[in-house]
Unconditional design. Sequence first.
Length: 301
Amino acid sequence: MQKFAEDSKMKSGLLRSPAERPCPPCRNSPERDSATALMADTSPYKTIAVATTFSPRFKHVLAEAKRMRERFSADLHLIFAGKQTQEIAKKFHDALAQIELPTDTAIHYEEGDPADAILHTLAREKIDMVVAGALEKEVVLHPFLGNVARRVVREAPCSVMLFTKPLVNPRPLSRIVFIADYGDHGLQALIRTLPLAAAESCETLYVIRIITTFDEARASIRADARRHEKPRLLSAGATEVPIEARCIRGNTGLIASDFVQSVNADLLVVPLQKKSETNVPLPSNIAWITDVIPCNLWVIR
């Protein structure tokens, strides 16, 4: 039976005791502002694009993209899979003005299949991160990605952030789950996550290591996970964000989705290596993210 490994739960050395830990900064506090300023100084994303459609959630996704633009101090681009017309241009102008974004924001029009249009534009414009709606549909207890979002996650040459329930007035990302990867890219992704978590006044950042039934057959896996997790977290640098490191066990990597829902997470962060070819399959322990999306998703490439 799948379960979360309580005996593997560790408190990160980055944490302070409850008595020492400061209260989470309010939305306009100096602590929150300083975290945002730090992100601007060290931002890995210079350009962020938002994949747009004129769906009922169009302005909601645009508002979420605005938040990320401000968090990372990046230039914002819009991608529209369709032909440019005066009517479409006016809709964009009005929406940008309503969301309080510059009305001269760059808009890239690309006709053809929506997924192809997005992917071609991302590569051509050398975009660092794309923001989009997840376009999910509810099936039983699990929300599923739409076809366009699925291809973007699999094939995008850049980082991807998907919002399952975007809001015009975005809520803080209070609980974040980060899937640990012991490679150098995983460490850099964690370092990239910490400033955003601080700027969002994150209550808890869960750093989880997935151990499947196959992994447990190799007896050293769990011991290695416990031994290396704390030094790995410490090497990411100091932070005020409360961190919990856990090893979770299950028959498949999908146990991570169950964990995300159990802690009511607002954002799932998954480090992925950049691929030289678009058709290379995702690692087996996280391949499920192209089907099931338990909350907002940030794929860091």
